[in-house]
Design a protein around this ligand. Structure first.
Ligand code: SAM
Length: 341
């Protein structure tokens, strides 16, 4: 088992590290824990978009995996099942959407010693499959100032003054009452901004729009402001649904945006536009279902991936029947538009 703590800014520093994070089961009491150095954390974040603080593996599993690796003559110790799979059946490089995506983290001399003691073998690096982690989403809310995103969208904390021009599409977000803890979607994270900009370019008046993983409801309300005729906002988290409902009523859009707790199975296809600012781990699994929700000729907009994992997402989404139409970056994050032919 590996452990990722939901700590964000304090350890990771930069704002772009905030937000999409993974957490796994707590380690068992006898688990061997390898704490990552700041350099290793940074490397892992750039490769996965996840913030990982330590790797925690039960001794029996560590020994089993180390024997497999030693037998295969590997200098890397796989510490997850998908990493073992990748070690035994490596995918030809450059192949889209192939085997499990794994990350190699080079060990420090101290960590080499720790692993040597625990396994009886000497390894230079760890191999980890980010797909073995459950994912959580966090964002720190800041009610200070309105934000402009794209050409026309303004994200405004409720009650804050903003001199809107006639062309501005204002999305008000609820402020201050503590109920937003753990809910993502302030408009400050690059993934949300990328999704907003891409929606601004692709939502047409009267469109049916699905916002899968609505968080605060920010994309759903923006889609309605952009002229969508009907928007369904889905989220599997109760806290997100409660905040999204507040956002929708704050914006006077209860007639246009429906918020429902649930996953893609709660959708009522077809939609002209489907948006999902969701992590690759989830997206790659959902790709076939996503294809079934988008009308032929419609688009799927997604933004929850770092550059190193974009190919993984492109592979899965294109294999499900989409064509990649556009790709944009903000920092390490990538936004993509896929069209269903
Ligand atoms: C990164 S946040 C995006 C929030 C908002 N849409 C934005 O762009 O800022 C991802 C959201 O997706 C939700 N989520 C994750 N997996 C999901 C799934 N399979 N179905 C529906 N929602 C999901 C999470 O609970 C979280 O609220």
């Amino acid at each position: 088992m590996m452990r990722c703590e939901p700590c964000l800014l304090a350890v990771c520093g930069s704002r772009s590290n905030e937000g999409i994070n993974s957490v796994s089961n707590p380690p068992t009491s006898d688990a061997i824990e390898i704490r990552l150095t700041p350099t290793q954390k940074e490397h892992y974040f750039r490769r996965t978009g996840m913030i990982l603080h330590s790797v925690s593996v039960p001794p029996a599993q560590l020994k089993r995996f180390s024997s497999v690796a030693a037998k295969a003559g590997s200098e890397s110790l796989p510490v997850s099942r998908s990493a073992v799979r990748q070690l035994l059946e490596p995918e030809p490089s450059g192949e889209r959407g192939g085997g499990p995506f794994v990350v190699e983290v080079v060990l420090t001399p101290r960590q080499k010693e720790q692993i040597g003691r625990a396994t009886g073998h000497c390894f230079a690096s760890l191999l980890m499959g980010p797909h073995d982690f459950p994912v959580t989403y966090h964002e720190t809310w800041d009610d200070a100032t309105p934000l402009r995103v794209g050409r026309t969208i303004v994200i405004k904390p409720a009650g804050k003054p903003h001199e809107a021009s006639a062309a501005d599409l204002v999305v008000e977000l609820p402020v201050g009452d503590g109920s937003r803890r753990g809910v993502f979607g302030t408009g400050r994270h690059p993934t949300t901004r990328l999704a907003l900009v891409l929606l601004e370019e692709h939502v047409r008046p009267g469109d049916r729009v699905l916002d899968l993983g609505t968080g605060s409801g920010i994309l759903a309300v923006a889609a309605a402001r952009l002229g969508a005729g009907e928007v369904l906002a889905l989220d599997i988290e109760a806290a997100a649904v409660a905040v999204a409902q507040k956002t929708v009523s704050l914006n006077g859009l209860a007639g246009a945006v429906e918020v429902v707790r649930g996953g893609i199975e709660s959708a009522a296809p077809p939609y002209e536009v489907v948006a999902a600012n969701i992590f690759p781990n989830v997206l790659t699994e959902l790709a076939p279902d996503l294809a079934a929700t988008v009308r032929h000729g419609g688009v799927f907009v997604t933004s929850g991936s770092v550059a190193a994992r974009a190919e993984e997402v492109i592979g899965a989404v294109c294999a499900a029947g989409f064509e990649l139409e556009e790709r944009r970056s903000q920092g390490e994050w990538v936004g993509m538009v896929f069209r269903r032919p």
